[in-house]
Design a protein around this ligand. Structure first.
Ligand code: GLP
Length: 255
């Protein structure tokens, strides 16, 4: 039970809920608990799943809860935030592959309830359009991380706040992280839900831990609200945003 754990809140003028947990493990538990409770309340909830290292332990917690029969995801609808393009779903760093392995299979989400971006589509523009129509039917919870240049999904700096799902050119910073720091052979383009698409979700859960993420968040939450900082767009819909962070990120935020 997370109630027994020290949990602090940061008061922010626009974001209704910023929850600080003492460490990453507790932040993971608190955020997965939120997702589990949402599914327990509504078995048919639609969820957009981010990928990335931040999410690995969160999805592992969800899988544990499913195994323990605490929660049933089999009627939920799953959506995808972003995918490299062009890129095969079998590719080592494919986000489809990530979701299959860490979300869809362990959470027993049937194929018919998985809505995926196709990184092998011949025409990326049409694929983005097709996918945006699917997402626009309504997302209950969008799970987000934050990345280089304060990006959300693969919406890099200067992406318009009203952007829809589109084919994005990745920034030098993101390509450096992917290809140099993480040694990935991934392309410099990606399909991503747009900022406008993401902001339409009924609720948004952002999860971030560590100092680096604290730095991104500091700019996004306390700098100017501007497309130069894609995550700052969350402040436009702050009443439906919950951000779960660990103390290491929070220390940077309040510094
Ligand atoms: C990636 C993805 C995002 C993800 C973010 C953080 O580039 N496009 O959807 O949230 O960057 O990733 P990580 O958790 O691995 O740091």
């Amino acid at each position: 039970m997370i109630e027994s754990v020290f949990m602090n809140k940061i008061i922010h003028p626009e974001i209704s809920d910023i929850i600080v947990l003492p460490n990453q493990i507790e932040a993971v538990k608190a955020s997965s608990r939120k997702i589990i409770e949402a599914v327990q309340k509504n078995h048919e909830v639609s969820i957009t799943y981010a990928t990335g290292n931040t999410m690995i332990p969160v999805y592992a917690e969800l899988a544990k809860a499913v195994k323990a029969k605490e929660v049933d995801f089999s009627n939920t609808k799953a959506f995808h935030l972003d995918e490299y393009y062009p890129y095969s779903p079998q590719g080592e760093f494919s986000f489809v592959r990530f979701l299959n392995e860490k979300v869809f299979i362990p959470l027993n989400i049937p194929e018919s309830n998985r809505n995926l971006l196709d990184g092998t589509a011949k025409d990326g523009y049409n694929e983005a359009k097709r996918y945006d129509a699917l997402v626009s039917r309504g997302i209950d919870i969008a799970i987000l991380g934050i990345g280089p240049g304060e990006h959300i999904g693969f919406n890099e700096r200067n992406t318009p706040f009203d952007s829809r799902t589109h084919l994005a050119q990745l920034s030098d910073e993101t390509v450096y992280r992917d290809q140099v720091e993480r040694g990935q052979d991934t392309p410099g383009k990606a399909l991503t839900q747009g900022i406008g698409t993401i902001l339409e979700a009924k609720s948004i859960l952002m999860i971030a831990y560590g100092e680096n993420k604290g730095k991104y968040l500091k700019n996004a939450l306390y700098g100017e609200i501007t497309p130069y900082s894609p995550a700052s767009a969350l402040r436009l819909v702050g009443d439906k945003v919950c951000i779960v962070i660990d103390k290491r990120a929070a220390d940077i935020l309040v510094d």
